[in-house]
Design a protein around this ligand. Sequence first.
Ligand code: AMP
Length: 477
Amino acid sequence: MMMKKKKEAAAPLSPTPTPIPGKKQKAPPELLRGFRDILPDEQGRFTAVRDAARAMADAYSFDRIDLPMLERADVFLRPLGKNTDVVEKEMYTFVDPSGDTVSLRPEATASVARAYINHGMLNLPQPVKLWYEGPMFRHDRPQAGRYRQFHQVGFEVIGVPEPIIDAQLIIIASQMLKDLGLDVTIQINSIGTPEARTAYLTELVSYFRPHRAKLSEDDKKRLQKNPLRLLDSKDPAIQELLAGAPQIVDWLDEDSKNHFMKVLEFLDEMQVPYQLNPHLVRGLDYYTHTVFEIWLAGDQGERAQNALGGGGRYDGLVELLGGRPVAGCGFALGVERVAKAMAEQGLTPPLRPHAKVFFAQLGDAARRVGLKVFEEFRKADIHVAEAFGKNALKAQLEAANKMAAAYTLILGQKEVLDGTIIIRDMESGAQEIVDVNKVVSLVKKKLTNAPEIAVPATPVPVQTDIPVEVADEEIPA
Ligand code: AMP
């Protein structure tokens, strides 16, 4: 008996599937708030920032370190301080399946100090100079330039207390940004030793106490638990009061004052523009002496949102983590902030080198040879583009033209049989047939002799009227 063939359901033509009655349609997954994809059109700037950091690290002999993104929460709790915004409100902390309380790193300096202790780096020649790059996580309120996952490049120098280290790090940070095309000013302050700070804090609290009623609930808490944070409050009432508040620099001991003066002298010597900012404290418990932030030149208000980076000295950090007392100093730049500043100033470094050569193929035999040709060009460090999705020569030449290729290599069935390949000069339309084994060296010679071609913003019209010596019948249907 003949089975009746079941009618197959027609495949949906549109990318949106037809709703199935009675079945709830799933919405596509969305990104978490404050998290983002960094798409190819932004990658040029991100790569430029990372490359600038790598170049600086090489020039100043910093060694790269990669640190885990997930650490025991203790690595951050004590060094950053229980009463800081980062620890109180912004850490992604949870108990993992093994029962350990862990945190996604909100910053990397504490991890660097942990690594310094764990790997006995105290026994290495000092200072130990390390740099890193990678994502950080803070459950901050998302807004322009503030994300819950963001990236930093950072430099740390551990083992030497000298003020020249502070100055050199500031020079590295500002020079790196200058190399990227940004004009910056350093905001700088000293918060001295923990002892000098204790005396100052008593004074600061007595100054604010009579004004307690004017403070927000958050600031009242700060006054009680971490009064230094009042100095960088954005509340206008506090800002007004700050004008008459005692300034920390007046409470520094002689050693702290001398350290700070020397840092400033070094910066003067190198003509690094800075502004003394008595309200800059940087908020984390581990800082001592010099603290600084890097702002775009001309930026004044909105600073918390705009700072491109920040850093300072942390002579007590290694000890706070259970190591021996060792001096340290460092800074981190926010990659998103730097990339945003670059975009605002129209700085658009290319994502990758522009391919000056295009490979056009006609038929499968040509594709097979083409794969080998590609490899030969790669070995010679010549970037080659293609449009394997297109079969017609005209369409491929149009693509080559759009990419502003200087030369197109054309390989058809005839050329494969003859062991040749056509080199087409995209500007003049002139073509020559050459031995396929010599194509790399010939193109290399042409590219070295050719004047640097500018990549046109709008593609020039393709000259398809110039005859191409490849028979049409070789173009697959
Ligand atoms: P901090 O040590 O907290 O001042 O961070 C150093 C730099 O990292 C800042 O100056 C910013 O450029 C960047 N940064 C900090 N938090 C964020 C965030 N939530 N989103 C984007 N960038 C950030």
